[in-house]
Design a protein around this ligand. Structure first.
Ligand code: BDR
Ligand code: CA
Length: 314
């Protein structure tokens, strides 16, 4: 028996964030969720906070504490994605409003206090939204943040281009200044970009397998996925849409599903045309040092087998 790996999930739910949280909860032998911190992203903070608690309650995990963080990006005006996720961020099925309270501690203080308390190199930060909370923690306590074991993020894109602008992926675009601080922080970083997530389509066959699990949580997930994919099906003309955020949790559980390389990544923070672009030196054409483990490929069937197996354990 191994000790479960300690993680903090920083998130802006979002249907795919919900799938990531559910994957973590279904993997309690491997992962201990120390807390969930929420940030403004797909929708404003009041909704991401509500949604995170809704997912906890759906999974029978109202014991997990939810902490509210940044109301918006460090410098830029807030950009949201209701056109993808619906007005609440978790549109689709009608669910009861959550009753569990928000923990009154600020998300940034929770992150710092947790990294300070736990032995250095034991806590993994999992980010599924804009990096504002992490950047604020870095501004407040840079040395403490270096105690993180690693930070695994869903964000960026290179060979696939962007999804919110031709050049930028949503999580990085929303707060490029925050992403830039994180990238320069010295925390070991793993990036799961659109290059990976666009290989993970929620095809009809895969969604049916989730439905066949037969639990309430699984059927709610099917409704979330069906709502979420409608936008991408129209956009990409594919059978199903890409599933982004669970890649972060899947990477912790089965890194062998993913392949990539260590390389230099820089964030565009000046040009409006390419704002938030992740400039990846994949071919090592500069001598800038590697600062990110950038993933490019994934075993899609292996990923969905894992997801479905863990959803079924809830
Ligand atoms: C990312 O943006 C959000 O809309 C999703 O939840 C995911 O985190 C994909 O670009
Ligand atoms: Ca997200």
């Amino acid at each position: 028996m191994h000790e479960p790996r300690k993680i903090i999930i920083d998130t802006d739910p979002g249907q795919d964030d919900a799938a990531a949280i559910m994957l973590a909860f279904g993997s309690s032998e491997d992962l201990e969720v120390l807390g969930i911190t929420v940030v403004a992203g797909n929708v404003p903070l009041s909704y991401t906070s509500r949604n995170a608690r809704m997912v906890c309650e759906l999974c029978g995990r109202s014991d997990v504490q939810v902490y509210e963080g940044a109301l918006g990006p460090l410098e830029r005006p807030q950009v949201t994605a209701e056109h993808v996720h619906g007005k609440t961020g978790l549109d689709g099925p009608v669910l009861p409003e959550p009753t569990m309270p928000v923990n009154p501690q600020h998300a940034v203080d929770f992150i710092i206090a947790t990294l300070r308390r736990e032995p250095a190199g034991t806590v993994t930060l999992c980010t599924l939204g804009p990096l504002t909370n992490i950047a604020l923690a870095l501004q407040k306590a840079p040395d403490v943040m270096l105690r993180a074991r690693e930070l695994v993020m869903m964000g960026g894109g290179f060979f696939e281009g962007g999804n919110i602008t031709p050049a930028a992926e949503f999580n990085i675009y929303v707060d490029p200044q925050a992403a830039d601080l994180v990238i320069r922080s010295g925390i070991p970083l793993v990036m799961l970009p659109l290059d990976v997530t666009h290989q993970l389509l929620t095809t009809k066959a895969r969604v049916q397998r989730i439905g066949a699990i037969g639990t309430r949580a699984a059927s709610v997930m099917v409704e979330w996925l069906e709502f979420f994919e409608r936008f991408d099906i129209e956009k990409y003309g594919s059978d199903g849409g890409p599933l982004h955020d669970p890649t972060v949790i899947a990477y912790l559980l089965k890194p062998e599903l993913f392949s990539g390389r260590d390389c230099n990544v820089e964030i565009e923070t000046v040009s409006e045309l390419t704002m938030g672009m992740t400039v990846v030196d994949w071919w090592r054409v500069t001598n800038r040092p590697a600062n990110v483990r950038f993933m490019r490929d994934v075993d899609a069937d292996g990923f969905f087998d894992l997801l479905i197996d863990r959803f079924a354990r809830l």
